[in-house]
Design a protein. Structure first.
Length: 295
């Protein structure tokens, strides 16, 4: 029997898990009804479409992500860094029509200088710290907007976001570079060279990007090499900008194997090494901790 429901609600997707009282996952479901496709009035319906069959009586829902943005179900606000990752006591209750539901939405985290925000990643950080409470260092969360999060004494001390993933998607899908990136495959040597160039000379990034197109036209650069070099250049430039976060720090990565693995490979060349944990597992661990805190 479902004890409560965990929800990770992003801009493009809704993921939900029926949870047992012991924190075990009983069932899982997802849909493409992300925050970006809904008005505030549509969130309850979207949730019931995905998880309604799990609800047999009064049921608590604990949610994180863009569902708590200004354009979401309810504005859950931000905790301001430096701070501990927001937990159940900081959650905002969302309005519902179905009296079987009690929906609690976790806040994000903001930073004033430099201005920055996160929604969803803070729950992954909370899950990581629930499992490794003594961690003191930097957590890298690769994604569309990669986060570098400095952790000390169980607090998010500071963080920086980089739009590397979104830039890769835009450049590979909408720029002139798209003509040379068709197909699958990956060239690790091209990736490594791209990382080195992006890290050592980030001021030439836009020129080096156009060089990918020129190499394709003049020297028949293979799509696998072009795609890997594009990724390498962007990640390398990010590493140049985030050096104060990873240089000489204890590192951990939260993310999918392929993307987090690319960051691990890039940093290993700089003698910066850290272990990876799964993003979904950390999200669930964070939501479980928030549910426990609600009592």
């Amino acid at each position: 029997m479902t004890d409560w429901i965990a929800v990770d609600w992003g801009t493009s997707r809704l993921r939900a898990w029926a949870m047992g009282a012991d924190g075990s996952v009983l069932q899982a479901a997802q849909s493409d009804m992300g925050m970006g496709a809904l008005t505030p009035a549509g969130f309850e319906t979207a949730l019931l479409e995905v998880a309604g069959e799990w609800i047999e009586g009064p049921t608590r829902v604990v949610a994180c992500g863009m569902v708590g943005a200004k354009q979401g179900w309810v504005d859950a606000g931000y905790a301001v860094a430096p701070c501990k990752p927001p937990m159940g006591a900081h959650a905002v209750e969302a309005p519902v029509k179905d009296d079987r539901l009690k929906v609690f939405i976790l806040p994000g985290v903001s930073q004033q200088r430099p201005a920055d925000v996160m929604r969803g990643e803070e729950t992954q950080v909370a899950g990581f710290l629930a499992q490794q409470p003594g961690f003191d260092g930097v957590i890298c969360l690769p994604g569309t907007h990669t986060k570098w999060v400095q952790i000390s004494a169980g607090e998010i001390v500071s963080f920086r976001s980089f739009m590397t993933g979104e830039l890769f998607a835009l450049l590979s899908g909408q720029s002139v570079l798209r003509h040379g990136l068709d197909g699958d495959g990956w060239d690790e040597e091209a990736f490594d060279a791209g990382v080195a160039d992006g890290l050592q000379r980030p001021q030439f990034l836009t020129s080096d990007l156009f060089g990918i197109r020129a190499e394709g036209l003049l020297n028949d650069m293979a799509p696998a090499a072009a795609r890997a070099r594009l990724s390498g250049l962007l990640i390398g430039a990010e590493l140049a900008g985030s050096k104060s976060y990873w240089l000489g720090q204890q590192l951990a990565f939260i993310g999918a194997p392929e993307l987090a693995g690319a960051y691990q490979r890039a940093l290993k060349a700089q003698a910066a090494i850290g272990d990876r944990t799964d993003a979904e597992a950390m999200t669930l661990a964070g939501l479980c901790a928030a549910n426990d805190a609600l009592g």
